[in-house]
Design a protein around this ligand. Structure first.
Ligand SMILES: [Zn+2]
Length: 500
């Protein structure tokens, strides 16, 4: 099965922040899990580099937009690397290959009769690069997202006949109740459509920093259309000589933030229909990360959690784990450095890291460094039986938080197992050597299973631990609790999550 998953592309007028990291990590967990299952995966992320805000910011700095885009795109690329994100390609909308395919696709939309020239007048947010409709404007004529004053803009535009896709979109939403997930965002998109679609600007005339409109070179495409098409264009040139479109189009999941729902849930499917392209299966909408005080993060409130700070202090795996663990995927959630520390100490260091060190140390001490090659505890095995299938089902619905919860329950189960069996007492009395061997074989096996399942969340630590357990295989089919201990030799392991 092919599985094509994308993040939104990041607008390069700002510094990367925790929200960017969150979206990339969650998408990466889903991509890594599907690869683990042997699916044919393509994972795309990148940067959105055209439009007025970039042109304005470059002018303020006295440099060319291209120079600003190059510099800032580099920061997002660095973040992706530091987060251990396994994207197959990083698209930049200034790539000439992207621009050429945007022109080709939108040229087809034009030739199919879905555009016309007209005058647009409305309230415009330069930061969103978007006109706002009356019912979303805040009191005082402010942008609902940026809370900055909107400007009155009037200009000659090419328009996309969004209104003519009213019925197509109504049918799409009726036939595909999981087109937008989770449900409340599906409802939000559907009610936007039901309220009546209006045509939207497809081009800007006052701007030069964008993709030229091929049939009217005084215009550039409105940045949103150029940006949305990245999901399609990337597949035309990411692997020269390979037909990735045939293999991966349409996308399985577009993972996005809720602030860009309208573009992905309304404009995007209409545009694809207009261009005679297949529609994605799902648009998954994640929530916003809020400060520890539950308010929007802002420097002035002092509640900003900086991803780089967490990476430096606790490491990449800890940040990945924390964000997937603490905020239910699809909902808003408060995050903060104290909560990171608590999860790190209680869950990563104590519950998981300690379990790993103890298990390996006991095998070293009591069974000569080898995982006993004896039957594992059938009762314990039962509690792991359904786990892989449950995790797969939940991740098929794009719920990495719930899947992690299921896995973590078994980590805790293994800790209770250590206490119940007290291997050190079995060893001291020497009377029940069989029970000691069964206990250690079962613990090692349980630890191996949870570690295979945790691999998409914490690729680095889990690889180390699987290596130390002498079973480096991390494919999903290895997440089955075996009837026998592996007999492998264990290697000493430095603490996975050292005390801070
Ligand atoms: Zn705005």
């Amino acid at each position: 099965m092919s599985f094509y998953i994308t993040t939104a592309i990041d607008y390069v007028n700002a510094q990367p922040h925790l929200g960017h990291a969150y979206e990339k990590i969650s998408t990466d967990v889903l991509a890594r899990h599907m690869r683990q299952r042997g699916e044919d995966v393509f994972f795309l992320t990148g940067t959105d580099e055209h439009g007025e805000p970039i042109a304005d910011a470059a002018r303020e700095e006295g440099i060319e937009p291209r120079e600003l885009a190059d510099r800032n795109a580099g920061r997002f690329k660095d973040l992706v690397e530091r987060l251990d994100v396994s994207n197959d390609f990083f698209i930049r909308t200034t790539d000439p290959q992207h621009e050429a395919v945007v022109q080709e696709v939108l040229g087809r939309v034009h030739d199919n009769g879905h555009v016309y020239k007209g005058i647009y007048e409305g309230w415009y947010c330069p930061r969103c690069a978007d006109f706002k409709v009356e019912n979303e404007i805040l009191e005082g004529n402010l942008c609902p997202i940026h809370e900055i004053p909107l400007t009155r803009e009037s200009e000659e535009n090419w328009f996309f006949r969004l209104s003519s896709f009213q019925r197509d979109l109504e049918r799409l939403y009726a036939e595909q109740p999981d087109f937008v997930m989770p449900r409340h965002h599906y409802n939000e998109a559907r009610s936007f459509i039901n309220s009546g679609l209006q045509d939207v600007s497809l081009s800007r005339a006052k701007l030069s920093w964008g993709v030229r409109v091929p049939w009217d070179p005084d215009h550039v495409f409105y940045v949103w259309f150029d940006a949305l098409l990245n999901y399609y264009t990337a597949l035309t040139y990411a692997r020269p000589g390979e037909d990735l479109l045939a293999r991966f189009w349409p996308a399985t999941y577009h993972v996005i933030g809720k602030d860009i729902l309208k573009f992905h849930a309304v404009f995007w499917p209409a545009l694809l229909i207009a261009a005679e392209l297949e529609l994605p299966q799902h648009v998954f909408v994640h929530g916003f990360l809020l400060g520890a005080d539950g308010r929007k993060m802002s420097k002035s409130l002092g509640n900003v959690l900086d991803p780089l700070e967490v990476l430096e202090q606790f490491g990449t795996d800890a940040l990945r784990f924390y964000l997937m663990r603490d905020v239910p995927f699809g909902a808003d959630g408060a995050v903060g450095i104290d909560a990171v520390r608590t999860r790190y100490e209680t869950e990563l260091a104590n519950e998981y890291g300690n379990l790993a060190s103890r298990t390996i140390a006991m095998i070293g001490r009591y069974t000569d460094g080898h995982i006993p090659d004896v039957a594992t505890d059938a009762t314990l095995a039962l509690e792991f039986d359904v786990l892989p299938a449950e995790v797969a089902t939940v991740l098929d619905r794009a719920d990495p938080t719930r899947a992690l919860d299921l896995i973590w329950n078994r980590v805790r189960r293994l800790n209770r197992y250590v206490e119940e069996r007290a291997p050190w007492e079995l060893a001291r009395s020497g009377a029940d050597a069989d029970r000691l061997r069964e206990t250690l074989a079962s613990l090692a096996e349980g630890l191996r299973v949870v570690t295979v399942l945790l691999h998409p969340y914490m690729p680095h630590s889990t690889e180390r631990l699987l290596g130390a357990l002498g079973s480096p295989e991390a494919e999903f089919r290895h997440a089955l609790f075996a009837e026998h201990g592996s007999g492998a030799r264990v290697e000493p392991l430095e603490p996975l999550f050292p005390k801070q």
